[in-house]
Design a protein around this ligand. Sequence first.
Ligand SMILES: O=C(O)CCC(=O)C(=O)O
Length: 282
Amino acid sequence: MTVFKLALVQLAVGAQKAANLANARAKVLEAAQAGAQLVVLPECFNSPYGTQYFSDYAEEINTENMSESIAALSSMARDSQVYLVGGSIPERDHKTQQLFNTCTIWSPQGTLLAKHRKIHLFDIDFPGKIVFKESEVLSAGDSITEFTTPWGKFGVAICYDIRFPELAMIAARRGCIGMLYPGAFNMTTGPLHWELLLRARAVDNQIFAAVCSPARDETASYHAWGHSTIVDPHARVLATTDEKQSIVYADLDTDLLDSARRSVPIYSQRRFDVYPDIAAKK
Ligand SMILES: O=C(O)CCC(=O)C(=O)O
């Protein structure tokens, strides 16, 4: 049996970047103190969420010459000795000047393990409820992201990416034991789909899945749903919260992967003679 502790930091995020970074650092250290070995921060944790903010808060991701948020992430991983999925920040590509919504993933030594640029941009028009068009300012990433820990591999994707089951399916079939999603759903699609999508990704693939939101700020232009949640390979909710700043913890037992897959053996029942295996390497 291998058990490790996952923590989701549902962070209160405001307009001051330095305060957001200091708060993230304090909460990551608190999670590590409580025994967490893998910690996730929310989507857009260094800036308020909104297309009007991305350019002002954007940073280049350069480990040779670290900018404010990148240096903060590296040192919070190192000082707390955890694997850190660093939520996301608006990234400015040095060469093209394009902006991306990007998650960086850090080792307990503070080295960059991987980076995920949000692949599916959040462009929705829910009449009378919410219109949001990330593509007005952001460009989309074009690669699938995973990283390795002592407990197994994890796939990473950002918020709206969770609606595209292919990413979790590919990660799981390539051996990932879980999907980690920094996210920031809203007051319309949060109650409708947040938990449903997370549990669907888990049950489809019999993996762990977790989604980490910012806390809700009623004074901000975007009201995040909150409710950061961790589910197991049976798609049971292991831990969740409300809309306020908090840390959500769960002990993940990797034996559950085998037991879920033995009980409902979809891994050996797939019919790639009838439909293609989208995870097959071309
Ligand atoms: O898919 C949704 O309903 C919300 C997605 C979102 O908020 C995002 O991608 O940032």
